[in-house]
Design a protein around this ligand. Structure first.
Ligand code: GLU
Length: 485
């Protein structure tokens, strides 16, 4: 294993969406490509908004996508705990160190005082950064404020100069430290703020590369100055572009962002979701579009990550899903649809072997009609349920037409006399019947299809008959005849 260590650090204050999982994917690929470690750290310090349900959903969704982690919740590791809320003790010594060498100081300004000075400064000059009122308090002034019982925060003293870093995706980024403000690193209640906690955690976890969304770029110089004050070189950063909704705005819960778990429930396969995320803003040679996770790994290069924001295209994801379902081996495709069929009560999960092999034939016959796994119950329902539901329109347009009953009577006879129920045999017999009766095959098949399936569309009629079997086919014809005129 190399010394490369990266982390994905979601906050369990919501579900994982495409943007967040794309960050996870990039971290995973980077770690695996460099034979390094992929760490999952849960940033759950917002106690009010973090929930166990979100945490569990994130873990499930990561597993579903195939993004396994080497250290983190449920697997542990040498530099845990991996829940930020359990790491509170680790921040103290670092704060002490910064206070001791003058890189941080106590600030007693109340929110009201700050607000007043801020609005005055903004009126006068249009801008405001903390005015360092508490930086040079004398010991007596400090004691006086302490004895007033004023709450105090710890501020980081941002050094003068510039902070420059070479971002692996965005290139060189430069900030003037004068813009950075002496940020609060410890709140009045003793808890660390985000920028400080992230640095301490990354430092203690020996993180070598921080790969995250471009929305964090403005935090990076703040984090770099803290790293430097703690006497450690900052990791290398890679900020990947954000994902935009089709309307050009940043994707959000209200703007098209769908939780990963929701994709699973809607019948997407993880291969498609991963592949689609990888194409969002990453370029590949020869316009190649299909990549499994392993293939993404083989082709991985951070240089392929584009700087420009990517636009999410739900239709493209749907197309990709369809293509991936088509690519699955029949046995695998069958495994994927089973839970959806079980959920609709069409199957029992522990089906006997013959039933399983019949199910594979059904899935094969449905072919590329399954565009989402959730299409399967509707498409396969008439094969699996004891009875069919007759669609009213199909009944009135087909079964209730003159001649339909005669056709069904004729076909019933042919089918009940058939020597076997193989598709080839049935095709031969039905073609023979068509010639004898002078009715086109299409004309004969229409009422038969409605009788067998309840609707006007289905896979090939001979295969359908064969898979339904003689008894079911005949009894459905009998039932359908009650609906003819
Ligand atoms: N917890 C932060 C977030 O969910 C990530 C912080 C980071 O990657 O540095 O946006």
């Amino acid at each position: 294993m190399s010394n490369v260590r990266v982390r994905f650090a979601p906050s369990p204050t919501g579900f994982l969406h495409i943007g967040g999982s794309r960050t996870a994917l990039l971290n995973w690929l980077f770690a695996r490509h460099h034979d390094g470690a992929f760490i999952l750290r849960i940033e759950d310090t917002d106690r009010e908004r973090s929930t166990q349900e979100y945490l569990q959903a994130i873990l499930n969704d990561m597993r579903w996508l195939g993004l396994d982690w080497d250290e983190g919740p449920e697997c542990g590791g040498g530099v845990g705990p991996y829940l930020q809320s359990q790491r509170t003790e680790s921040y103290g010594p670092h704060v002490e160190r910064l206070l001791a060498d003058g890189s941080a100081y106590y600030c007693y300004c109340t929110p009201e005082e700050l607000e007043e000075r801020r609005s005055r400064a903004q009126e006068e000059s249009g801008g405001w950064v903390y005015d360092r009122r508490c930086l040079n308090l004398s010991e007596e002034e400090r004691q006086a404020l302490e004895s007033e019982g004023r709450p105090r925060v710890v501020r980081f003293r941002v050094p003068e100069g510039k902070t420059v870093f070479e971002d692996m995706v965005q290139g060189r980024i430069e900030f003037d430290n004068a813009e950075l403000d002496d940020l609060v690193i410890v709140r009045a209640d003793g808890t660390p703020t985000y920028n400080f906690a992230v640095v301490v955690d990354d430092l203690e976890m020996d993180i070598t590369h921080v790969i995250r969304g471009a929305d964090h770029i403005s935090n990076t110089p703040r984090q770099i100055v803290i790293w430097e004050a703690l006497g450690r070189p900052a990791p290398t950063f890679a900020h990947q572009p954000l994902v935009m909704a089709p309307d050009g705005k940043v994707m959000s819960k209200r703007r098209g962002a769908v939780a990963i778990g929701e994709y699973r429930r809607r019948g997407y396969v993880p291969e498609a979701v991963v592949n689609y995320m990888a194409l969002l803003g990453w370029s590949y040679e020869d316009d190649r579009e299909f990549f499994s996770l392993e293939e993404l790994l083989e082709n991985f290069d951070m240089k392929r990550v584009s700087r420009k924001p990517a636009t999410f295209d739900p239709a493209k994801l749907d197309w990709m899903n369809e293509q991936w379902i088509k690519r699955l081996e029949i046995a695998d495709r069958t495994d994927r649809v089973v839970p959806f069929l079980v959920e609709e009560g069409l199957l029992k999960a522990d089906m006997p072997r013959e039933e399983r092999s019949r199910l594979e034939s059904i899935v094969e016959l449905l072919g590329d009609r399954i565009k989402l796994l959730t299409d399967a119950p509707e498409l396969a329902g008439f094969f699996l349920a004891p009875d069919v539901d007759y669609d009213n329109i199909a009944v009135s347009k087909v079964l209730a037409q003159p001649g339909a009953d005669d056709i069904l009577v004729g076909l019933r006879k042919v089918l009940s006399d058939a020597p076997d129920f193989k598709p080839e045999t049935l095709e031969r017999l039905l073609r023979g019947f068509s010639e004898e009766s002078g009715l086109k095959l299409g004309k004969l098949v229409q009422p038969l299809r409605v009788a067998l399936t309840g609707g006007t569309t289905s896979p090939g009629i001979f295969e359908t008959l064969s898979l339904l079997g003689r008894d079911v086919s005949l009894s459905r014809i009998d039932r359908a005849r009650e609906l003819t005129e």
